[in-house]
Design a protein around this ligand. Structure first.
Ligand SMILES: *Cc1c(COP(=O)(O)O)cnc(C)c1O
Length: 419
C-alpha cells in the first residue's frame, strides 16, 4: 500500500498535488512519501514482534537518501551498509553505530578501518581472507571486532539472475561445505569475536520457500558449530522480500514472512538481524516525469518519449523490470505505447506495447514503485544531470536531494595544460 493516489482527478503524493512539485523542482524528480515509509517500517516490525529484540537494519543501498534514512532511524531501524560511503550516511542520519552491520564482498582495508573507527555493531565477513585481514587489523589496534560469517547456502532464490546472491556460483559468502572449517579458523584469531552467521540469498523474492530452505541450512550449521564448541549468539537473515511491481505479482506479506521466520528459527536462541531494503522503500517512491513528445511508431505503437531516462531509473534497462506507468491527470482515454527516454540507446526503453493512460506532449506521468534501487542507481550518462529527490509529509514537501546539473559535473573535470 502507498500514498500516491488521485484526488479530484490529479495524482497526489499524500496531500500534495504532483504538478506543484513538477512546476517547482522540474522533472524528472523522485518523490517519496514519509507516511508510506513509516507504514512499511511499522508493518515489518510488527511482523517480527514474536521475536526477542530483533535488529532491523535497513539496506541502505536500496535508498541512501539522508531524509529517507532519518525517517527509518526514527522508526528504530539500524542500517545494513555495503561501503564506507553508506556507513558515513547511516551515521549522518543518526543511526547508532551499534545498530550498523557492514556487508559486502570487497570491503577495502580503509573501509574495515572506518568500521572500527566508528565502532560499528557487526562486520558480516564474506571470506576467510577478509576475516584474517579484519582480525589482524583490529588486533593491531588493541580492539576486538564483532563479526559474523556470511555463508552461501546454495539455494536458488528464483529471482532475476542479476539479483540472485545465494547460489554456489555467486561471489557472496563462504560455501556451506567450507563454512565449518573457515569458522573454526577465524573464531580462533585474536582481534575478532566471531559470534554467528549471516545469509542473504537475493532480492525481489516472491516465494518464501527458498528462504525457508536457506534458513533450515543455517539452523543445521548453527547446531554443527555449537557441537564443535563455538558460541553462537547472532544470526543475520538478510533481506530480499519482494514487492508487487505489477498487479499480478503477489509477494508474501511481511506477516507471512514473520510467521515463517518464527517457525524456521524456533529454538535457535540467538539475536536475529534482518536487512530489508526494497520492501520498505520500493512503494514509497515514484519517479515523476514529463512527456517531451509523442512520436509516431514505425510499424507499431507510438513512442511516448518522456524526460526521464535509463540514467535516472536503470531497472528496466538493467533487469527488464516492469514499472507501472500512469498519467498524473488521466482523461479516461487509453493508448498502447512504447515508453522511452531520450538517451541514445535502444535499451532506454521503460515499456514496450504498454497499455496506459492516453498522453500528449507536456503531460505529467509517473513510474510507480521507484523508491528502491531508483535514484541510487542514477548516472550522468549522455551528460544528463543527476535527478532530484523530494519528500512529502502530509501537505508539506521538501527537496531532499538537489538536482545536480550537467554543468556542475563538467566543472569537476580538468583539461591538463599539455593538451
Ligand atoms: C541488497 C542487500 C539487501 C537488501 O535486499 P532487498 O531485496 O532490498 O531487501 C540486504 N542485505 C544484503 C547483504 C544486500 O546485499
Amino acid at each position: 500500500m502507498d500514498h500516491f493516489y488521485l484526488v479530484d482527478g490529479v495524482m497526489h503524493a499524500e496531500s500534495v498535488p504532483l504538478p506543484t512539485i513538477a512546476e517547482a523542482v522540474g522533472t524528472p524528480v523522485y518523490v517519496y512519501s514519509r507516511a508510506t515509509l513509516e507504514r512499511h517500517a511499522q508493518v515489518f516490525k510488527a511482523a517480527l514482534s514474536g521475536l526477542d529484540n530483533p535488529l532491523v537494519a535497513f539496506a541502505v543501498k536500496s535508498n541512501p537518501n539522508l531524509a529517507v534514512l532519518k525517517v527509518l532511524q526514527q522508526q528504530g531501524f539500524g542500517a545494513d551498509v555495503v561501503s564506507g560511503g553508506e556507513l558515513v550516511r547511516a551515521l549522518a542520519a543518526g543511526m547508532a553505530p551499534n545498530d550498523i552491520v557492514f556487508s559486502g564482498v570487497g570491503k577495502t582495508r580503509a573501509e574495515l578501518e572506518l568500521g572500527l573507527d566508528k565502532g560499528i555493531g557487526q562486520f558480516n565477513i564474506e571470506s576467510r581472507e577478509e576475516g584474517q585481514e579484519l582480525a589482524a587489523l583490529a588486533a593491531s589496534r588493541g580492539e576486538i571486532a564483532q563479526a559474523v560469517l556470511r555463508v552461501n547456502p546454495d539455494v536458488d532464490a528464483k529471482t532475476h539472475e542479476k539479483i540472485s546472491t545465494g547460489k554456489a556460483e555467486n561471489k557472496f559468502g563462504v560455501p556451506l561445505i567450507r563454512a565449518r572449517e573457515v569458522y573454526a579458523e577465524l573464531a580462533g584469531l585474536p582481534g575478532m569475536n566471531l559470534r554467528g552467521v549471516a545469509i542473504h540469498i537475493g532480492s525481489q523474492l516472491l516465494d518464501l520457500e527458498p528462504l525457508e530452505t536457506a534458513f533450515a541450512k543455517v539452523g543445521k550449521l548453527i547446531a554443527d558449530l555449537r557441537a564443535a564448541g563455538h558460541t553462537i549468539t547472532h544470526v543475520d537473515l538478510g533481506g530480499g522480500l519482494g514487492v508487487p511491481y505489477r498487479a499480478d505479482e503477489n509477494p508474501p506479506s511481511p506477516a507471512e514472512y514473520g510467521a515463517m521466520v518464527e517457525r524456521a528459527t524456533k529454538g535457535w536462541d540467538v539475536r536475529l538481524a534482518f536487512e530489508p531494503g526494497r520492501v520498505i522503500a520500493g512503494n514509497a517512491g515514484i519517479l515523476l516525469t514529463r512527456v517531451v513528445r509523442v512520436k509516431r511508431g514505425g510499424n507499431g505503437a507510438p513512442f511516448v518519449i518522456v524526460d526521464a531516462a535509463m540514467n535516472d531509473l536503470a531497472r528496466p534497462a538493467l533487469y527488464g523490470a516492469w514499472h507501472d506507468f500512469e498519467a498524473v491527470q488521466p482523461n479516461g482515454q487509453r493508448m498502447t505505447a512504447n515508453i522511452v527516454g531520450p538517451i541514445c540507446e535502444t535499451g532506454d526503453t521503460f515499456a514496450k506495447d504498454r497499455e496506459c493512460d492516453a498522453l500528449v506532449s507536456g503531460d505529467l506521468a509517473v513510474f510507480r514503485t521507484a523508491g528502491a534501487y531508483g535514484a541510487t542507481m542514477a548516472s550522468s550518462y549522455n551528460s544528463r544531470g543527476f535527478v532530484a529527490e523530494v519528500m512529502v509529509d502530509g501537505d508539506k514537501w521538501a527537496v531532499v536531494a538537489d538536482r545536480i546539473a550537467a554543468s556542475a559535473i563538467m566543472d569537476a573535470e580538468r583539461v591538463p595544460d599539455w593538451l
